[in-house]
Design a protein around this ligand. Structure first.
Ligand code: IMP
Length: 497
């Protein structure tokens, strides 16, 4: 006979906090959101890898590209670069994040000396950037031969077949900085020489970076920045249970800090084999696994050696797994169950395995609930897809701006590996939709608001750390009638603006 679980599975919108004592120390500026990312022995006191804010971005084409990874790490969180692409492309994205130095930009607009003015115009239209590096081979790191800005040509007067070398500022007339220069010194040169752009070159005169005058204010020190000992930003990458023997070494070579197996159903022998392979062949690279929704799934992946475990099936905003396969569980119940299993595992082994709540977080208070219910950190797709830094197009629909957001199990992502059972057959049906999300502007502006709300709720609960929140929060199930009571009701709302 089948096993029946009688308790209803529930989600975040069905719970509310009851305030705890807010002491005088309990003010948002005293709240720490630092949280462990990977497994550790409690005798060692803390995790070898920690996040400064409990946010990671989803392993999705429409979310976690290098630009978002850089901005999120600069603000204390971490991205997992998506795995549904070629190994080379994914490794290149990881490399881009690892190479990032605040204020030092790898040139994305480059031409050769024998390119034409028409090529310049086309490139400026394509990238929207007016500074072009002229290198011997037209590559971002080729030998620097000159620089072009929009002051060097007049499209309406000059011949379109005029060669770049005829109107560029040649290398001999350029002021450059040497690789290794600090941002402060680079800015001093910019200031002293009234420049807009300072090319940074290596000892062979190869172009390495540009430093732009206009970026100065954006690149002051960021206290939350998530970086390693070598000062590079931390970055994660998704992997699958098929090509890991080739993919993982390429990612490690590119400098990845942490891996995560990306699958909608992680309770599988494929995941156990993948973890074992990574542990044997790349022992210093932590690997997370998932997704699971109950104790059995957690114990299986914990015993397989996972460094963190992701919780959640079917709750993602673009997810139709529950409709298509009838698999899933309310996210709050999944988390409560798995957190209990994690604590039992800790008691019996002395190892703390962080858990990640993945998918379905809508309101900022849902994030606090997920943390209070035992999540160490939160994976979000929709939340990050709305920002400038996500890799998708911003479009205007009617009077509103939106960004595209599609599931990894949608036809569009064609990420076959994630959604089949590991065998040779490819996907026959979709588990995700292709959608839009409202455009919300810059990541940092939105994150600042979300984090202040999270800290304010934690202060109301009397908690200064995530650990205190997990130990002391009082959480109450609410009836559907009291959910109605929670919004504005029985008033006539004034129209905004
Ligand atoms: P969101 O934050 O609610 O948008 O959920 C994001 C999460 O949904 C991801 O981290 C994945 O776990 C999950 N997900 C991504 N793509 C799909 C899909 O196509 N079908 C089902 N779940 C998906």
């Amino acid at each position: 006979m089948a096993i029946y679980i009688d308790d209803v599975s529930r989600t975040f919108g069905e719970y509310l906090f009851i305030p705890g004592l807010t002491t005088k120390q309990c003010i948002p500026s005293n709240v720490s959101l630092t949280t462990p990312l990977v497994k550790y022995k409690t005798a060692d006191k803390e995790s070898a890898l920690k996040l400064n804010i409990p946010f990671v971005s989803a392993i999705m084409q429409s979310v976690s590209g290098p630009e978002l990874a850089i901005e999120l790490a600069r603000n204390g969180g971490l991205s997992f670069i998506f795995a549904s692409q070629s190994i080379d492309m994914q490794a290149e994205m990881v490399r881009k994040v690892k190479k990032f130095k605040a204020g030092f930009v790898i040139s994305d607009s480059n031409l050769k000396p024998d390119s034409t003015l028409q090529n310049v115009i086309d490139l400026v239209n394509k990238t929207g950037h007016s500074t072009i590096g002229v290198t011997h081979n037209g590559a971002p790191n080729g030998k620097l031969l000159g620089l072009i800005t929009n002051r060097d040509y007049r499209p309406e007067k000059d011949a379109l077949d005029k060669k770049v070398e005829e109107f560029m500022t040649p290398f001999a007339s350029l002021i450059t900085g040497k690789l290794g220069i600090t941002l402060t010194d680079a800015n001093q040169i910019i200031w002293d020489n009234k420049l807009n752009t300072l090319p940074i070159i290596d000892q062979n005169n190869n172009l390495v970076y540009f430093v732009f005058r206009k970026d100065y204010d954006n690149h002051r020190e960021n206290p939350n920045e998530l970086s390693g000992k070598d000062k590079t930003l931390l970055v994660g990458a998704g992997i699958n249970t098929r090509d890991y023997r080739e993919r993982v070494p390429a990612l490690v070579e590119a400098g990845v800090d942490v891996l995560c197996i990306d699958s909608s159903d992680g309770y599988s022998e494929w995941q156990r084999e993948t973890i074992a392979w990574v542990k044997k062949n790349c022992e210093n690279i932590p690997v997370g696994a998932g997704n699971i929704v109950d104790k059995e799934g957690f114990d299986f992946l914990a015993n397989a050696g996972a460094d963190f475990i992701k919780v959640g099936i079917g709750g993602g905003s673009i997810c139709i797994t529950r409709e298509q396969k009838g698999i899933g569980r309310g996210q709050a119940t999944s988390l409560i169950d798995v957190a209990k299993a994690r604590n039992e595992y800790l008691k019996s082994t002395g190892y703390y395995i962080p858990i990640c709540s993945d998918g379905g977080l809508v309101h900022d208070y849902h994030m606090v609930l997920a943390l209070a219910m035992g999540a160490d950190f939160l994976m979000m797709g929709r939340y990050f897809a709305r920002f400038d830094e996500s890799p998708t197009q911003k479009l205007r629909i009617g009077n509103n701006y939106v960004k595209e957001y599609w599931g990894e199990g949608s036809n569009r992502a064609q990420n076959w590996q994630r959604y089949d059972n590991g065998g040779a057959e490819s996907l026959k049906f979709e588990e995700g939709v292709d959608s839009y999300v409202p455009y919300a502007g810059k990541l940092k502006d939105n994150l600042d608001i979300t984090l202040s709300k999270i800290k304010a709720t934690m202060c109301s609960c009397g908690a200064l750390t995530i650990d205190e929140l997990q130990r002391n929060a009082k959480i109450n199930l609410v009836s559907s009638t009291s959910i109605v009571e929670g919004g504005a009701h029985d008033v006539i709302l004034k129209e905004k603006g």
